[in-house]
Design a protein around this ligand. Structure first.
Ligand code: RRO
Length: 322
């Protein structure tokens, strides 16, 4: 049960969906089984985001496939899209939606576009999820390109996705784009496709290893996996660049490295309308949402007591020379 009520300060609307608390889990950690999703419903997380689903059940990659480096505050994962298969999530969404008022966000990462379209069609026909987050940036499957990097075919892929929209708004989970010009091009494509929101950024490809014996921290792909945690400046830069381009037309969910209330404020200042937690949630469990609720309010009370809404912070990056 929630220990304290959610302060109205936090209310936002993302893609037409009301969130009483815009801080919630990122797809990936602790959101694969029905029990984990139920735990999110019971926690203070502002939404319930599922693990990205495929057409069929997937066991995922060999273990160990997740590591956490405490000193560097970063994780490496190569989960390999372990999930129950989309039909299970269809049933889970039906059960969850009858017991929670929170937005339910289904993450979809088919092994190819045809699979994506089948799954999207199914959830749109069911009509019970609040948002669909189409993960076009899954990094860990051998031979599976990240659609979000295939810029020549991205417009067509997005057109096929958005053509299936019935009542549920659809957004795209994006990878990290290191080039500003490439990001600009992606922003124009997303805008032309009229996506309903974006979530940025997925994990950044990397490696952790033990300097004594050279052992990589995870087994798959010689230790190469998706890094989360200490990626905040990189993800924040993506949010700011997309926000400057969109000018408020497409809402942005920021994800990457949030550990405390100040980090949440950073994302809102960069232009986010909501934020997701990956590594910090994975390491510390559902209690992190309660902590962030308090930390953001404490920060507001200390620095900007006149602010009545978290949106007072939105899009407020200022010049250091002023
Ligand atoms: O399952 C994964 O290995 C995985 C996915 Br689909 C993703 O989008 N991001 C990530 O870091 N891991």
């Amino acid at each position: 049960m929630l220990s304290t009520a959610i302060n109205p300060f936090f209310k936002v609307v993302i893609a037409g969906v009301e969130f009483s608390f815009p801080i919630f889990n990122a797809s990936g950690p602790l959101c694969t089984s029905e029990e984990e999703l139920h735990n999110l419903a019971e926690s203070k997380s502002g939404a319930i985001v599922t693990k990205s689903c495929t057409l069929n059940y997937r066991q995922g990659n060999a273990l160990p496939r997740y590591s956490y480096n405490e000193n560097g505050f970063f994780s490496v994962n190569s989960t390999g899209l372990a999930n129950l298969g989309w039909l299970e999530y269809l049933d889970i969404v039906e059960r969850l939606s009858s017991t929670t008022d929170k937005p339910i966000i289904v993450s979809i990462a088919g092994m190819n576009m045809a699979d994506n379209l089948t799954i999207i069609r199914g959830f749109q026909e069911q009509g019970l999820a609040s948002l669909l987050e189409i993960n076009l940036s899954c990094p860990n499957i051998a031979g599976k390109m990240e659609v979000a990097f295939e810029l020549d075919t991205l417009p067509e892929s997005l057109e096929q996705i958005m053509a299936l929209k019935k009542t549920i708004p659809m957004g795209i989970k994006l990878p990290y784009y290191p080039s500003r010009l490439m990001l600009e091009r992606v922003a124009r494509i997303l805008e032309a496709a009229q996506v309903d929101f974006i979530s940025t950024t997925n994990s950044l490809t990397g490696l952790d290893l033990n300097p004594i014996d050279g052992k990589s921290s995870i087994k798959p792909n010689n230790g190469i996996g998706g890094c989360g945690g200490n990626i905040l400046p990189f993800a924040l830069g993506q949010v700011a660049q997309f926000s400057q381009h969109f000018g408020g037309k497409i809402p942005i969910i920021g994800v990457g490295g949030i550990r405390n209330g100040e980090d949440v404020i950073r994302y809102f200042r960069a232009g986010a309308s909501g934020v997701q937690l990956g590594t910090h949630f994975m390491e510390n469990g559902p209690g992190v949402f309660e902590d962030l609720h308090q930390q953001v309010l404490d920060f507001r009370d200390l620095h900007h007591p006149q602010y009545k809404s978290i949106l007072n912070y939105q899009n407020t990056i200022s010049d250091p020379a002023e």
